[in-house]
Design a protein around this ligand. Sequence first.
Ligand SMILES: C[S@@+](CC[C@H](N)C(=O)[O-])C[C@H]1O[C@@H](n2cnc3c(N)ncnc32)[C@H](O)[C@@H]1O
Length: 280
Amino acid sequence: MSDVETRVAKHYSGESLLENIRSALRASGVDPDAPDIEDLKPVDEFHTGGLEATDALLDQLEITQETRVLDIGCGIGGAARHVAARTGAQVRGFDLTPDFVDTARALSDLVDMASSTSFQVGSALDIPEPDNSADLALMFHVGMNIEDKETLFKEAARVLVPGGTFALFDVMKGSESALTFPFPWAEEAAFSFVTPPSSYRSAASTAGFELIAERDRSEFASDFFERVFARFAKAGGPPPVGIHLLMHETGKVKIENYITHLHAGDIAPVEMIFRLPAQG
Ligand SMILES: C[S@@+](CC[C@H](N)C(=O)[O-])C[C@H]1O[C@@H](n2cnc3c(N)ncnc32)[C@H](O)[C@@H]1O
């Protein structure tokens, strides 16, 4: 692991994560030994817009039972489980943070999805998968921790088959203004690499990808946060199961900084869908 990767993994690590999620499930009235996949959704989709954003990206993709799906930087496995449940596809995920991978496996066991999802530790800069082994690569909110976007796209191109698709949803830079830390993906600037959409396009093009679709999701994100906070206000506070469980004690200020910079246009959550030529 590089120095940056060690810092990134430390940032996300949480020793008692599984126990904390189980306690939160219990506090919500859910049996922690037998949750439904939906009970995990408030915590296991750790990106802007949660499950809604996952579905919005998936709606643009063709995924069948035969599609071999790879989830790059899978976190605790929410998107992987959702794709497998929604489409019947086999989903393989990997992530830099060992605590997240352990939790992803444990949660898939809990919801009986260990046969359709699998998880391992690994870096997006050295993907732990063979050449030409996936039809579709997904990536939700990972590129903000990756400086070397050229290697990221080269690795994605290596593991995808000719004609394969790489669909991602990342927070990207929207202005030249300096960012105020912390953010959900980084406590400090030293391991944050939020870059403009053009840097993704050019790294993807160098790796041989063609851009199929691109969509700025800033408006959706603002609306999403508005709805979430209105719900919290009505309920007298956030529910026990939520992404606060993944963000440690600075969770509140991380979200506040995100929303401030989102509204100022300094950052923007953006979807991009790339495809490799059918002939390799
Ligand atoms: C904000 S979380 C998103 C997790 C997951 N994709 C989701 O949406 O729920 C970012 C994730 O990226 C992972 N990550 C960051 N840099 C990575 C890298 N170079 N290789 C693999 N995973 C990485 C982190 O460990 C973390 O789990």
